[in-house]
Design a protein around this ligand. Structure first.
Ligand SMILES: C=C1C[C@]23C[C@H]1CC[C@H]2[C@]1(C)CCC[C@@](C)(C(=O)O)[C@H]1[C@@H]3C(=O)O
Ligand SMILES: O=C(O)CCC(=O)C(=O)O
Ligand SMILES: [Fe+2]
Length: 414
C-alpha cells in the first residue's frame, strides 16, 4: 500500500448535527485529513510472510509502504471493533428463490406465489434470490471475469480510474481516501448507469473509454449490457414489490424508476491473513432502493437476523435481491432496509457485482398515496441522500435515520 495525502472532501454547509453512533460505527465521516492507504491486493493465493513496513518521509507528508503480501497481520486501520466483526453463526439463512420469469409469461398462479414469497421475505430479513431473471450465464460470467481482470491490473493502471472525491464513481482501495479507520478489506470499481424512459445512453462504454482508454471498450460493452439487464430485472421486481404491498396504483414504482441514475459496483475482496479482525464490507443498509447482487461461488455475504449474522450461500445462476433505504422510504417504512455485511477469508479472493437501483437524482422520494399516512420520512431526492453518504456520513446501519435528522434540521435552519 502507498500512503498519500487525502483529498480534503468538500463539505456541504451544514454537516449532520447529530453525532449518531451505532454499533461502533463513526458518527459521521472522519473528515480529518486521513493519510489513506492504498491496498494493492496480493495476486491470488499469495500467503503472507514476514512483515515489511518501511516508513519514509518525503515532502513533509509521511508515507509508509505496507506490502499486504508480506504482512503477518493486518495494519491497524483495517482492524474493526469486535462488536462489528462478531463471528458468523453457522446457520445459513434460508433465502427463498423467487422465479420472476412468471411475470413474463403471465402465469397467474406463479405470480401469486412470487408475490407471497417476496412479501414474506420483505416482512422479515428483506433478502430473496431470483431465478428466471433473463441474464444469460455468459454475460454474468463475463461481468465477473471482467472484474477479476480489472482488479488484477497494476495499481498505477487502476489508479487511472480513481474515485472522484465526493462522488461514488471510480476505483477505490479500502476507501482509504475517505476513511481513516475501519477500512474495508476490499477494492471497488463503481460507475453510473443512467437511462431516461428506458433508453440508456452508452454511458458505461463512455465511462470505460474516457477513463481508461479505447482498449477498455469491450469491457465497457459488457457492463453496459449487464447494467441494461439489471435495470430490466429491477423493474420486474418493482412490480412484485408493488403487488406485495397492495399498492393501488399499478405501475407506481415501475414508473418511479423508469428514469434512473443507478450505480454499478464491482467488489473485489483479496484473501486476508486475519479475516476474523476485519470486514470486506461493514454492517450496513444500502442507501439505494434495490440491490441486485451477483456473487461468485466463494460466499461471504451475511444478513443480520434476530441478532445473528447468517450466511447467504451462493446459489448457482441466482441473483441476490435486497431492498435499501430509498425503497424503505418509498414504502413509508412498511418494508425495512436490510442489514448486511461481507466477511473475507484466508484462502480465496471473492468477487461480487452489486447493481444499485436509484431514481433520477431530482425525483422526490414519496410513497404511493395508500401508504402515506402517517409519513415516516420527509420528502427528499436521491441526490440529497447520495450526497449525504458521499460527503458527510459513512453509510452504516442507520443511515436513513441519521439522514432524516440532518436533512430536517438543515430545512428548519434554511
Ligand atoms: C450509495 C452507495 C454508498 C455505498 C455504495 C452505494 C450503496 C452501498 C453503500 C455502501 C457499500 C454501504 C457500506 C459502506 C460503504 C462506504 C462501502 O463499504 O462501500 C458504502 C458505499 C459508499 O459510500 O461508497
Ligand atoms: O459483497 C457482498 O456480498 C455485499 C456487498 C454489499 O453489501 C455492497 O456493496 O453494498
Ligand atoms: Fe450492501
Amino acid at each position: 500500500m502507498v500512503l498519500q495525502t487525502a483529498q480534503q472532501e468538500p463539505s456541504l454547509t451544514r454537516p449532520p448535527r447529530c453525532s449518531v453512533a451505532s454499533a461502533g460505527s463513526p458518527a459521521a465521516m472522519d473528515t480529518s485529513p486521513a493519510t489513506p492507504l492504498l491496498l494493492q491486493p496480493p495476486a491470488p493465493s499469495i500467503d503472507p510472510s514476514a512483515a515489511k513496513a518501511a516508513v519514509s518521509k518525503g515532502g513533509g507528508a509521511a508515507t509508509a509502504v505496507y506490502d499486504l503480501r508480506r504482512e503477518p497481520k493486518i495494519p491497524a486501520p483495517f482492524v474493526w471493533p469486535h462488536a462489528e466483526v462478531r463471528p458468523t453463526t453457522a446457520q445459513e439463512l434460508a433465502v427463498p428463490v423467487v422465479d420472476v420469469g412468471v411475470l413474463r409469461n403471465g402465469d397467474a398462479a406463479g405470480i401469486r406465489r412470487a408475490v407471497a414469497q417476496v412479501a414474506s421475505a420483505c416482512a422479515t430479513h428483506g433478502f430473496f434470490q431470483v431465478s428466471g431473471h433473463g441474464v444469460d450465464n455468459a454475460l454474468a460470467r463475463a461481468a465477473l471475469d471482467g472484474a477479476s481482470g480489472f482488479f488484477r491490473l497494476p495499481l498505477a493502471e487502476k489508479q487511472r480510474a480513481r474515485r472522484i472525491p465526493g462522488t461514488v464513481s471510480g476505483y477505490t482501495s479500502a476507501h482509504a481516501d475517505r476513511f481513516a479507520s475501519k477500512l474495508p478489506w476490499k477494492e471497488t470499481l463503481s460507475f453510473g448507469f443512467h437511462d431516461r424512459a428506458g433508453a440508456a445512453a452508452p454511458v458505461v462504454v463512455d465511462y470505460f473509454t474516457s477513463t481508461l482508454g479505447p482498449d477498455y471498450e469491450p469491457m465497457g460493452r459488457v457492463y453496459q449490457e449487464y447494467c441494461g439487464k439489471m435495470k430490466e430485472l429491477s423493474l420486474r421486481i418493482m412490480e412484485l414489490l408493488e403487488l406485495s404491498l397492495g399498492v393501488e396504483k399499478r405501475g407506481y414504482y415501475r414508473d418511479f424508476f423508469a428514469d434512473s441514475s443507478s450505480i454499478m459496483r464491482c467488489n473485489y475482496y483479496p484473501p486476508c491473513p486475519e479475516p476474523e479482525r476485519t470486514l470486506g464490507t461493514g454492517p450496513h443498509c444500502d442507501p439505494t432502493a434495490l440491490t441486485i447482487l451477483l456473487q461468485d461461488d466463494v460466499g461471504g455475504l451475511e444478513v443480520l437476523v434476530d441478532g445473528d449474522w447468517r450466511p447467504v450461500r451462493p446459489v448457482p445462476g441466482a441473483m441476490v435481491i435486497n431492498i435499501g433505504d430509498t425503497f424503505m422510504a418509498l414504502s413509508n417504512g412498511r418494508y425495512k432496509s436490510c442489514l448486511h455485511r461481507a466477511v473475507v477469508n484466508r484462502r480465496q479472493e471473492r468477487r461480487s457485482l452489486a447493481f444499485f437501483l436509484c431514481p433520477r437524482e431530482d425525483r422526490v422520494v414519496r410513497p404511493p398515496p395508500s401508504l402515506r399516512s402517517p409519513r415516516q420520512y420527509p420528502d427528499f431526492t436521491w441526490a440529497d441522500l447520495m450526497r449525504f453518504t458521499q460527503r458527510h456520513y459513512r453509510a452504516d446501519t442507520r443511515t436513513l435515520d441519521a439522514f432524516t435528522q440532518w436533512f430536517s434540521s438543515a430545512q428548519e435552519a434554511a
